[in-house]
Design a protein around this ligand. Sequence first.
Ligand code: SF4
Length: 287
Amino acid sequence: MTTDQNGFEQSLDAALPMLMEMKKNLRPSPKATRTSLEKLQVILPPSFEKPEGTPSQTKRVPSPESKVTAKHSLPAAVDDGRLAKLEVLRKSILSCTKCPHLVTSRTQVVYGVGNPFSELLFVGEAPGEDEDLKGEPFVGKAGQLLTKIIGAMEYTREEIFIANVLKCRPDMPEGESGNRKPKPAEMATCLPWLREQIALIKPKVIVALGLTAVEGLLGEPRTMRDVRGKWLDYDGVPLMPTYHPAYLLRNQTLAEKRKVWEDMLLVMEKLGRPISAKQRNYFLEKA
Ligand code: SF4
């Protein structure tokens, strides 16, 4: 498979979930101008045309970069250059050395993962040990719970974008294991990267997972009692603070799960997502 074909296959990966979502939401059918169609003709490599008898189901081989930037991207010719800018930004973030103490302790920078054109952005505080090793946010037990929450909202992890305020794992004192919270100064140093990601991804809604993420985004400490379940504003983007999934792992009551779920219902409503009666009643029975 050629590079062009890979790119086109990735564009198909991007288009299909969006078209399915439009169909599900009964939105008007997508239309394209003649100019757009001509641009797509340029993008479609001639070699992609299948010879007669070729099965319609071709095996798709993801590129090594697809996890971060391209799997759900739009063709570069029709995305106003955002994909190219995101790739430049990704490379800058991955080679960042602004925090020398974290540069020496980290395994790698954790850029973020998901659809670079997502309407929904989840922001956590910082990579933990699992994330530092894998190079992807929210891959440990808390990450698995976040994936379940995303699924309950009828999204896939690939359809949304997940990032952290701090891109490197906070270092631990010699001989100590586990994870520590990022310090305000560390978050302030790293925040410009997230700001650039948000400016390019252009999410319609941001969910801040935990108070540290809220503090990192807003630059000042808040209490969960004051902010949870209430719409805040992040540079004009609606921001919903909720509990970090790790909190739910420590407090596995229906009442606490319901609080987070009610926050997610607000997010779905804000995004115009269809919500079934079953979804509205999750964790309600014995709460
Ligand atoms: S935490 Fe952020 S600012 Fe600090 S080195 Fe890592 S990427 Fe750079």
